[in-house]
Structures are given as C-alpha cells and as structure tokens.
Design a protein around this ligand. Structure first.
Ligand code: PMP
Length: 408
C-alpha cells in the first residue's frame, strides 16, 4: 500500500496532451497543430541564428553560473522593459517601471497573480472568453477569483466588441482586466487601434487595472513596436499597468523559461524612494519569488541581454522575427486560398486572413475537431484552434480537405 493512494488522477493538459497523442500516432500523414511552437517549412524545430551567436559569445567569455539576484539579471530587466515600451518612453525615462525577471510568461503571470491575491484581496481578474487555457489554472492556483468577458463571436468568427465593452463596463471597481497585447490566443483576433482606445477609455473611466499578457511581441506582425502598441497606448495615458512578457516565441527560447513581470507605477519621487510605489511593488514581487523558486535561471536572460544590447545582433533578430512571422503569414494565405478554392458550399473563409499570429481559430466545434484528429490525423486543441506555426505550405491543401470534410 502507498500513502499516495488517495491522490486522484489529474486530467491531461488540454494543450500539452495533444502532443502526447500525436507522438503515439503512427500514420505518416499526421500533423501536429496543437502546441504553439514555431517550425520550419520542413516542420523541424528552429533555433534562431542570433541565439546561437549569443550563446557562442557567452561561451567565449566563460561566464560563471553564480546565483542571480531574486529580481534577475539587471541587464536583462533593463533591456526587456525598454523593448516593451521603447527606450524613449516617459515611463522608462521617469523610472516608473518595476521589472522582475520571471520564469517565462507563465511564471511572470503567476508572480502577478500572487501579488494580486495578497494586496488586492477579493479583487477579480477579468479574462477573455475564450483565453489561453493556462490563465484559468494560474489564477485558480493563486486563489484569485476571475470571471470572463465576452470576446469571441462565433457568428462572425470575429470580435464581439460590444459584448466585451459591456462586460468590462460592468466589472466591479478595482478589478483587473487581462488583455492579450497582440495575437490573441486562441482566436488570433485582435482589437483595432480604435477599439483599443475605447477599451482604454472604459478601463480608465471605471477605475479598473489593465493587466497585459505579452507573449508574442514581434512575432505577430514582425515588428516589435507594432506589437507593443496596445501596451504603449495604455502607458501613454498615465495609467498604472501590469505586463507579463515572454521570450518563448519571439526568440524561440521556449525551454529556457525567460520572461518578465513589469508594473508601471504612477509617481516615482526619487526623494521618497522608500515609500515609492515602484520600490514597494518590486520588494513584494521579490518576496513572492524567494520561497517559490529563490532566483531565476541565467542562461535565457543573458541571451536576451546580449541580443538586445548589441546593435548587429538586434538587427539580425528583427530580420529573423520578420522571417518567422512572414512564413506564418504565407501559410495563412495558402490555407485560405486552398479552403476558398476547394470548398463549394459558398462559405466565407476570409476570417482566416483577418486573424493574426501563430494561431487560427477555425470555428470547428469539439465533434468536428475530433473528426480532424480521428479521421485526418490532424492534432489540434478541441476548441478548434490550429497552430499555423506547425503547418507547411506543402500541407495546406491536405489541411483544407480535412477542415472542409469536418465542417460539412
Ligand atoms: N500567454 C499566452 C497568451 C501564451 O500564448 C503563452 C504561450 N503559449 C504564454 C502566456 C506563456 O508561455 P511561456 O510560459 O512559455 O512564456
């Protein structure tokens, strides 16, 4: 007998479980469009050239493996905040951003969730319906109550903007509103610049706190600045904002677990630093991190700091990001073309082209998604999301056949 007999079986993760099922499939036609990781046209994992160069530099320098401070690598924290806001942004110039290195996007979100749980008791986090599946886990485990705001409209496979605004407007004062900075996961549907302004209006009027999850900066459009424009719009209004960042996708550092939690605080009175909100927030983020994981890993932080800190590498990174974003856009176009030419039902597939980022929300329901997997060996999450980063031009026609068969 075991003392652990009473431990119940945990359900499989809906996203990572897809990869396990894919591995077990022996059919040659199989296609893994579940997890959001970039693949080459040959469907191989990709290590960015700039990452290899930065790693070579690090080896040559023979850097040590001493512990980092709790808040992470200083050069990384500086680089990551500047990348997010732009180095000339007033929030950077006025030193109003508290930045702590986190265990990629997930770990950074988890730090902020713990901060909310401790210092904003009872405050709710509003999340989009639908959202990245792990958001609910993160807030549940941190014991932060959450509710959903309308986001996806199945009729248009587009944004339910009125519903979104109405639900945010109805939120209790002091609630946090979780927003995807760009390339909304899982839908690929982003608000327009005008809609972002309206969202900011409501959040400001209702005294809510914007909380951005930025997992795809530079990876969505190919431009670091364009993909950060939503966050910068809120910061430019002088609002206090929370922003979690991830380098999993844009630098392909998935397993290095590198990201950051940033909190834009109003007022940074240098004379009163001890009671300054920035100092207070940062001290608490560190206090939360210490018993959780003590201090973050150094390797990814050094890669980011080296790439962003060197003008040549920085430009090479931008070119590689454009290349990755470009490949996904090409695949998106080819998938749309294939769907439009093969499907004789008259269905409008233009929503595929309107979406942005690595995902496409196909509008397939659970039963239809099951058909994709069971009959066509296409592995995807059951909400109808497919990762275009795992698709090649060569496989677009096959995928279109599978989608059309599953729809009708
Ligand atoms: N937020 C969103 C919306 C994401 O899509 C992801 C990656 N799938 C993350 C956060 C975090 O990923 P990571 O922990 O690898 O940075």
């Amino acid at each position: 007998t075991s003392r652990f007999e009473g431990v119940p079986m945990a359900p499989a993760d809906p996203i990572l479980g897809v990869s396990e099922a894919f591995k077990a499939d022996t059919n040659d036609l199989k296609l893994n469009l579940g997890v959001g990781a970039y693949r080459t046209e040959e469907l191989h994992p990709y290590v960015l050239e700039v990452v290899k160069k930065a790693e070579n530099l690090m080896l040559e320098r023979g850097e040590n493996k001493e512990y980092l401070p709790i808040e992470g690598l200083a050069a990384f924290n500086k680089a990551t905040a500047e990348l997010l806001f732009g180095a000339d942004n007033p929030v950077i110039k006025e030193q109003r951003v508290a930045t702590v290195q986190g265990l990629s996007g997930t770990g950074s979100l988890r730090l902020a969730a713990a901060l909310i749980e401790r210092y904003f008791p009872g405050a709710k986090v509003l999340i989009s319906a639908p959202t990245w599946g792990n958001h609910k886990n993160i807030f549940n485990d941190a014991r932060v109550p959450w509710s959903e705001y309308r986001y996806y409209d199945p009729k248009t496979v587009g944004l339910d903007f009125e519903g979104m605004i109405a639900d945010i407007e109805a939120a209790p004062e002091g609630s946090f509103v979780l927003l995807h900075g760009c390339a909304h996961n899982p839908t690929g549907i982003d608000p327009t610049p005008e809609q972002w302004e309206k969202i900011a209006d409501v959040i400001q009027e209702k005294n809510l706190i914007p909380f951005f999850d930025v997992a795809y900066q530079g990876f969505a459009s190919g431009s670091l600045d364009a993909d950060a424009s939503s966050v910068r719009l809120f910061a430019a209004r002088g609002m206090e904002v929370l922003i979690a960042q991830s380098y999993s996708k844009n630098l392909g550092l998935y397993s290095e677990r590198i990201g950051a939690m940033n909190v834009v605080c109003s007022s940074a009175d240098a004379a009163a630093r001890q009671s300054d909100p920035l100092t207070l927030v940062k001290s608490q983020l560190k206090r939360i991190a210490r018993p959780m994981y003590s201090n973050p890993p150094i390797h990814g932080a050094r890669i980011v700091a080296n790439v962003v800190g060197d003008p040549t590498l920085f430009n090479e990174w931008k070119a590689e990001m454009e290349m990755m974003a470009g490949r996904i856009k090409n695949v998106r176009q080819k998938l749309y073309d294939s769907l439009s030419s093969k499907d004789k039902s008259g269905k409008d597939w233009s929503f595929v082209l309107k979406q942005i980022g690595m995902f496409s929300f196909t509008g397939l329901n659970k039963a239809q998604s099951d058909n994709m997997t069971d009959k066509w060996h296409v592995y995807m999450t059951k909400d109808g999301r497919i990762s275009l980063a795992g698709l090649s031009l060569a496989k677009c026609e096959y995928l279109a056949d599978a989608i059309i068969d599953s729809y009708h």
